[in-house]
Design a protein around this ligand. Sequence first.
Ligand code: TPP
Ligand code: MG
Length: 900
Amino acid sequence: MKESNKEIYQPGERGSTPSATGNGDKWSESLQSFFELALQNQGPERTAQLLEDFGEKLRSAPRPNPKLTTAYINTISPASQAPYPGNRDLERRIKSIIRWNAMAMVVKANSNTNVGGHISSYASSATLYEVAFNHFFRGHTDAFPGDIVYFQGHAAPGMYARAFMEGRLTEQQLQNFRQELAEGGGLSSYPHPYLMPGFWQFPTVSMGLGPILSLYQARFNRYLQARGLVAWKEEPKVWAFLGDGESDEPESLGAISLAARENLDNIIWVINCNLQRLDGPVRGNGKIIQELEGLFRGAGWNVIKVIWGTDWDDLLRRDKTGLLIQRMNECVDGDYQKYIVEPGSYTRKHFFGKYPELLELVNHLSDEQISKLLRGGHDARKMYAAYKSATEHKGQPTVILAKTVKGYGLGEAGEGKNISHQQKKMNEKELREFRARFNIPISDDVIADTPFYQPPADSPEIKYLLKQRRQLGGFLPARIFQPVTLDVPKPDHFTEFYRGSAREVSTTMAFGRLLSILLQHKGISKNIVPIIPDEARTFGLDTLFREIGIYSPKGQLYEPVDRNTLSYYHESKDGQILEEGISEAGSMSSFIAAGTSYATHGVPMIPFYIYYSMFGLQRVGDLFWLAGDIRARGFVLGATAGRTTLNGEGLQHQDGHSLLHAGTIPNCLPYDPAFGYELAVIVADGLRRMFVEHEDIYYYLSLYNENHPMPPMPEGVEEGILKGLYKFKAGPMGLGIKAHIFGSGSIMQSALKAQQILAERYGVFADVWSATSYKLLRNDALRCQTWNMLHPTQPPKKSYVEELLQNEKGAFVAVSDNVRTVPDQIAPWVPGGLLTLGTDGFGRSDTRARLRRHFGIDAESTVIATLYALSEKGLVKPAVVEQAIKDLGVNPDKAQPQLA
Ligand SMILES: Cc1ncc(C[n+]2csc(CCOP(=O)(O)OP(=O)(O)O)c2C)c(N)n1
Ligand SMILES: [Mg+2]
């Protein structure tokens, strides 16, 4: 209430600045007197109530965005603006040099290559960053984990140019911007921890991902504190810098209410409102700052608008008519963009000229002075005041909406133009203008080469820049990884899984058991982070609610309706489960925050993110990709997997392709376990690889919901489980015809039944193999193949799958609940080829039996396929196949799953 009053009265607070209605002074004064009278006579509570009532009336009055937006002026008035503590001249010099080098990197890189790059995003945001670098971003020290900063991806050249000035990057590296494979290495286009693991921490350039990750990161920081896993004297701030166009992405704004709901005052977003995106204006017909203000304020954020630079303070103060604010309010972003590209005379005529009073207001300014009236985001004093206020704000997240100019300083080359984003070349004249504008000491004879400029080490600029960073604890960005090894359970911890169980259970249930065992292991129990998007009951994990609690910063303010049951909905301040509600993007963001905690905070956490497999990789695949880039570690569990195993839910739920998607992520290990012991072996080894060996990998495991017996683990199969294939059950010995069936997941049961039918009815003795990971087999085979190709005269290497199968005779068939491309991944290395059965096509609702017949992956279809593969090799007669088709009741002309 207090806060919003402040916003409403803020224009009046300026004292001499009247409201926008022209004769607003009187109204403002009457309201003020009413307010004071009420306060005296009725007291603060009753007055607050009265204002609330009026507010309510106002809300229902027909006007756009009632109460959610304030006038189009700065939120912080000059009177309440914190003074600037730095040396502005030196900071301006430093910033100018960084601007030059950032521009030079891109222009140079494109002078003899076509590698691209962006100048204009950083050009618009240099002040936003420099003020923060000089005064706010705190680096990592022994006592402080460091602020967490999400840099806008397209502003990367500016971060490199600063690191160059700081002496952290060489000229050679700058020279090789976007040429990472060049001799001596280069710099990645955007923030990629995978490519620059000592530098970048957080990938951002897929728009929308930085913003959502930053929210869940801020939340995860609170979670770590609430659970006593970190004890920071001071809490790090999470800063996220994003573009105004980027706010179009649903991921950008879709989770902002979380931050307000959980009072995340440890997060600050800075939206660079240069009014443009790639093609043109963000909201040409409206005002992006106002739109965002309404959205954020409505979501419960503290909003700080930084629209106008200091030059405007005087104009606003001198304007007694209220027309200036009115004019500011009525122009749209398309107009504001135009005022940048046109000369000052245009702004005089079209902006101020609309009202004679405003023309008079700028009489004392030349056209040039008008054209140089700064926007807030280019004014260090305004930005400083905003950051200071944001860092001190309590109880709410803060967003700073900073108005800037895209391509600021590029002049004719692209300032404020619609082509600005794509600009990566500058001619000599433009370079000279840029040099003059920012006063860079580069001589005429070399300017055409756009040389980098580095002031001497003892120059005031370098000394100042280093001093500021020293005071703030060190450089940023910097990814500091000091390995902390966890005492993970040894394989013998899982003997109950190796023994198997006669009771029929699903792999999802086996996972539930595995998780509860891990949660009891004292070496890692506290590091485990179960993440579930509102599906715990589906997976039978609701018993965890009571056992380890659901994290909730407010605890539980109510008595849950199921309090007297074993698995009641138990929220608590130090709860361990992240119950994300129905947000796969949010859950994946939590997975990434937890999975990178080993690097971000030096506290390794082990996320187990379990969800409906269909709503993972294909829905938020970009976040899975980013998890690879950011080197997240942990386990992702695609439950209710299988196009036919999850049978009733139909087309939109039944997943048969996540394993394929997962396999596209270079450092993700996809597995399709069939049995509880396989799951245990994979998870145990994953814990060792990630949290003892410190490998930057993560796991994708399919989990199914079909119950079946869980056999004991055969002797010596661990290596095969981990590598992707092992012989699970040899066929009967004897003189029969030999064949091999690869099964996986639930469909292993079809393979086993087929093995039996083949032996009993067709004299075919098939071995059944468990294919836990076709993708890993393929990776290994590809590695060997490439090596052999490049070493043609040396003895060839054999891949694991080739070694394993080289002496096996007969035909090979693979069957799974996935599309056929999954097993086909190893076909080139299977002796005599591989015939694959799978679930290509859309799923549909029916019984498992009918679905499996429909897709041709049931036991009978597998028998037929095996006989057919044998007949192709001349090992059985086609008539035998035909007979089997009849015997087994398969309709040879049944409709096939529809494929385009
Ligand atoms: C998910 C995604 N979609 C599209 C792009 C391509 N793209 C790169 S920059 C850009 C425009 C960015 O505009 P804005 O967010 O306003 O940033 P600015 O450069 O203006 O600061 C687009 C569409 C992308 N990087 N990521
Ligand atoms: Mg923009």
